[in-house]
Design a protein around this ligand. Sequence first.
Ligand code: NAD
Length: 281
Amino acid sequence: MINLPLNVDFTGKVVVVTGAGGVLCGEMARAFAQAGAKVAALDLNEDAVKKLADECKAEGYVCEGYKANVLEIEALEAVHAQVLQDLGPCDILINGAGGNNPRATTDNEYQHEAKEGQKTFFDLEPSGVDFVFKLNFQGTLLPTQVFAKDMVDKQHGCILNISSMNAYIPLTKIPAYSGAKAAVSNFTQWLATHFAGSGIRCNAIAPGFLVSNQNRKLLFNEDGTPTPRTAKILAGTPMNRFVESDELLGGVFFLCDDKAASAITGVVLPIDAGFAAYSGV
Ligand code: NAD
């Protein structure tokens, strides 16, 4: 049971969430189900979305899990047909599947500090860069092609993309992920414009720094003290702290609520404890 940040009623709305097997979008899927929505949880990781759906159903909410690769249009169309049959046409699409890849990440922050044996900018693998651009950009575009058709039919709907802090100013070490999320922010504005006359709003959130299982070891030493990277992040964050995953939900609900955000389309909302607002000086 999530302590919901806003009292928004999504009863009867069909909410499709990609990447729902993961940490952030799993929590979003749960929150929508708890707020009355009929949730379709999509992920490559079928076990994770089936487990999520079982847990939601056990609490009396409506959620179905579907195995789906956001990069395969035919598979997405098959899932779409199943969602139509199980839950109905899509009202809200959360494009959550995304992420980085080590093959597209440098070991060093600056070339002049590169040491023997480190993976530098010159060692980045084209296949890794391709993977990251595809997952984040095409992984947003293809599900939108499939599920926004329902919204065009109804002349009503909402799309929410997941961008990132690195879309505003790139973070060191991760050029492909930064560029791909910048593309997601840009595409959010493109979709907002393209679908404005069809009754569909499209926005994004840009989460700041969260502590997750994937990055915990980069951020904290074994004795719990912060690593130098954490010190840098916090020094660049006016609120001097990380963002908690449940702090994304207020922005997500607000942007997806037709009443509260009725005239809001094409925005990328930072949820970052002030990181994007601070110049560092
Ligand atoms: P996560 O790794 O926990 O979840 C991502 C999910 O996407 C996983 O369940 C994975 O199986 C799924 N996935 C990967 N490739 C897929 C594909 N081709 N088709 C379908 N599903 C696929 O990540 P998270 O931290 O929950 O991140 C969710 C979103 O938020 C991502 O877009 C990420 O880039 C973004 N984001 C995360 C952070 C953070 O600090 N965690 C910050 C900013 C933005």
